[in-house]
Design a protein around this ligand. Structure first.
Ligand SMILES: [Zn+2]
Length: 490
């Protein structure tokens, strides 16, 4: 627009000066126009270099995360992405759109036009326009060269800083990737970059014929997800702009796109994601309601009914909503050295807990040491622990319940029952473990999220999660006749 061209932002002069210094230091760098703003800025990367970096990162992503195995769904997501790419500021990039086999809710981009969404994100979108809004946001990071600018600012010059995650609620699979070597690929964009991408997502979605209100709508879902993010998981708010404030910024931009056709394509979208795998990959263990089963380790534990069970890379954590009471299941290899009655207390001492009393026992037909321990936990204070160390196969597993002193007597029977539920799976049982899947359900008059979660959903995921997946607050009930996504056993 002529008006902005006549009134350059105040920072332009300083930016130009910095550019001169950088140019003097690195003669090979070029001064190029930003495809989105039209402003000239120092770019250390040519388009060919951006693409080359994207290609290398893409191979790594495919190897580390895995591509979700559903060609029809991949083609569908790619089709939505390509429609956006052609109306973007850089239509000639070799754009690719890939669904990665990751349960966490996320989307990210590599320079050169490589865009990814997780299957977990697809399960939380309401319709095709929301998918378009998220892909448009990621396309925006590429067209506005956010990652390339970060690359320019970084000193190392390795590919390590080039992949950014935007919609991360900091869920376990991504912290797992850090240890797998991919972690350094994740880059935090600045708040301004995120807001610019939100605006570009709105713009591209509207230009391609989708309802641009999808961007603030999905940001609302993200802020609900953030609000219910589980304790012990890094808080999204600490690393990303608050999705609530992004809603406030994106909503008027979306509302201003009055001439767009506002296509939402909800039915088509739901049909495409029906049967989508939901939650953990079975090879890493499966949580179904309060039950945990691991087909490769061939073990199963039933945590107390109604508790929230989270499967992380190194342990399973079960918690009672709103209470500082939890149970853990984890491998305890250091407890298996000599004998269990020696190794178990030693293992617990290493964690800072002292044995009060304990004895050798048998759990699920396996040798075990069950002990009562005490100690201190940060932010909780004095706790007591009921822990079993169980020798199964060539491993020792620990199943433990931890509670503040004052609550321990009340919850110990539940700890005891969960510990006693530990058992080994037969190969036939292990082979039958299937992932949970997204299925469709039509709301009936009088349905509540609680009722749907318990009956149709058989308690596999809680009511709060079902409401969130469908874009509702949990205190708003679903209107009769509405097609909803629920989670069922595959
Ligand atoms: Zn972003």
């Amino acid at each position: 627009m002529p008006r902005t061209a006549a009134e350059p932002p105040v920072s332009a002069g300083r930016r130009a000066a910095a550019g001169v210094v950088a140019l003097a230091l690195l003669v090979s760098s070029a001064c190029a126009s930003n495809p989105v703003t039209g402003r000239r800025e120092v770019s250390f990367l040519s388009e060919a270099e951006e693409i080359a970096i994207g290609q290398r990162g893409d191979a790594e992503i495919r190897r580390e995360m895995g591509v979700y195995q559903d060609d029809e769904l991949q083609r569908y997501v790619s089709g939505v992405g390509q429609r956006l790419a052609v109306v973007s500021h850089r239509p000639s990039l070799p754009w690719t759109f890939t669904v990665v086999d990751v349960p966490a809710v996320n989307a990210f981009a590599l320079p050169g036009g490589y865009i990814y969404v997780t299957r977990g994100l697809l399960a939380h979108l309401g319709d095709e326009s929301e998918l378009a809004g998220v892909l448009g946001h990621e396309i925006g990071h590429v067209t506005a060269r956010h990652a390339s600018q970060q690359f320019t600012r970084s000193t190392g010059g390795s590919i390590g800083v080039l992949l950014a995650s935007i919609f991360v609620p900091g869920v376990a699979p991504f912290s797992d990737l850090a240890s797998a070597g991919l972690g350094t690929l994740f880059l935090k964009y600045g708040r301004d970059d995120e807001l610019e991408s939100d605006r570009l997502g709105v713009e591209y979605a509207a230009r391609a014929g989708w309802d641009p209100e999808s961007v603030p709508r999905f940001l609302t879902t993200l802020s609900r997800l953030d609000a219910m993010s589980v304790r012990g998981v890094p808080n999204w708010l600490s690393t990303h702009p608050d999705p609530g404030s992004r809603v406030v910024k994106a909503a008027p931009v979306a509302a201003s796109q009055t001439d767009s056709t506002r296509d939402r394509n909800r039915d088509e979208f739901l049909r495409r994601i029906e049967g989508l795998a939901y939650g953990d990959d079975p090879s890493e263990g499966v949580v179904q309601a309060h039950r945990f089963r691991h087909p490769d380790l061939r073990i199963a534990v039933d945590f107390p009914e109604g508790w929230d069970v989270q499967n992380a890379s190194d342990q399973v954590v079960a918690q009672l909503e709103g209470e500082r009471v939890l149970m853990l299941l984890r491998a305890a290899p250091e407890a298996g050295g000599v004998t269990l009655d020696d190794g178990a207390p030693k293992h617990m001492r290493g964690l800072g807990f002292t044995l009060d009393h304990g004895a050798l026992d048998s759990v699920g037909g396996r040798d075990a040491f069950i002990g009562l321990y005490h100690g201190k936990v940060r932010e909780v204070g004095a706790v007591r622990i009921h822990a079993a160390h169980i020798s199964a196969g060539r491993q020792v597993f620990m199943v433990a319940g931890v509670a503040p002193d004052a609550d321990f007597a009340r919850v110990e029977p539940e700890f005891e029952a969960a510990v006693r539920s530990f058992r080994e799976l037969s190969s036939a049982e292990a082979a039958r473990i299937r992932p949970n899947r997204v299925v469709l359900y039509t709301a009936k008059a009088g349905d509540t999220w609680q009722g749907i979660a318990q009956r149709a959903g058989r308690g596999l995921v809680p009511a709060t999660r079902l409401a969130l997946m469908n874009g509702y607050a949990v205190n708003t009930q679903p209107p009769a006749g509405t097609r909803l996504k629920i989670v069922a056993e595959g």
